[in-house]
Design a protein around this ligand. Structure first.
Ligand code: NDP
Length: 244
């Protein structure tokens, strides 16, 4: 299941995941499926289920949980990819703006925690269907789409003003990833964070390094090879570790 799948990196991940026969059901969530033209074009593939979800809305999340529970039934949910995210101008007239800072913290970190908590039962169910202690992507996994900007160690001060709230929100997300890893290891659920690269999307802008296809081709392939060696870590799309 991929959140924020109507455009950008979320859409690219869905397009690439559909190339893999091993994936039996792919759930793509987005705020407005009726407006998700590109995503709807993929509907010919019967494995794809498009469901409306606003990750900032608890009622919406609960409704999707009911729908997904019915869809996957006793198989549970193998992989949750928390991709939906925002980047808002953080300053107005050179002043920090409480509202836009809080909104980024909400969508990029708080909502990920709420979505993950809501779907945890389904991830545990998927994990419990497999015997042994192996931790693998095809058992149960939470993948959080973070950013190199989340790294406190690698913060070189670039984009310092406009990116401050975004950086803070993604560092909080990485903290949540680490906490989840510590708590969920006993259920053999894998938890990994990724930076997709600087990508030409509405968020990344037209000057970014790579296009969506280049980012998500590599990212999807590396997501599908994750196992216990990668558990609890934070990577770039090539599976090179990034320090928190
Ligand atoms: P886009 O702005 O292109 O897409 C963002 C996606 O998130 C859209 O599908 C959007 O839906 C969705 N979204 C935002 N808020 C909500 C919400 N409340 N509920 C549901 N969906 C929501 O961004 P990218 O594709 O570039 O970014 C995807 C992820 O990758 C983000 O987490 C981002 O932080 C991360 N990232 C991106 C980088 C880049 O260079 N592009 C670099 C590093 C990380 P809607 O269309 O409804 O607004």
């Amino acid at each position: 299941m991929v959140t924020g799948a109507n455009r950008g990196i979320g859409l690219g991940l869905v397009q690439h995941f559909l190339e893999y026969d091993a994936i039996e059901i792919l759930i793509a969530t987005c705020r407005n499926p009726e407006k998700a033209e590109e995503l709807n074009k993929l509907k010919g593939d019967k494995r794809l289920h498009i469901i409306a979800m606003d990750v900032d809305d608890d009622e919406s999340i609960k409704k999707v949980f009911e729908e997904v529970s019915e869809l996957v039934s006793s198989n549970g949910l193998n992989v949750l990819i928390n991709n939906a995210g925002i980047l808002l101008p953080y300053e107005v007239d050179g002043q920090i703006c409480r509202k836009t800072m809080l909104k980024q913290l909400e969508t990029n970190s708080v909502s990920v925690a709420i979505v993950t908590q809501t779907f945890l039962g389904l991830l545990k169910k998927a994990s419990s269907n497999v015997s042994g202690e192996d931790v693998r992507i095809d058992r149960a996994a939470i993948i959080n789409i973070s950013s190199t900007m989340a790294s406190i160690e690698k913060n070189d001060g670039c984009f310092s003003g406009p990116m401050t709230a975004y950086r803070m929100s993604k560092s909080a997300l990485n903290s949540f990833s680490r906490q989840s890893y510590m708590e969920l290891s006993k259920y053999n659920i894998l938890v990994v964070s990724f930076c997709p690269g600087w990508v030409r999307t509405d968020m990344g802008g037209e000057n970014a390094d790579i296009d969506v296809n280049e980012s998500t081709r590599t990212l999807s392939a590396n997501i599908l090879r994750l196992d216990s060696r990668n558990n609890g870590l934070y990577f770039d799309r090539f599976l090179h570790p990034i320090p928190n």
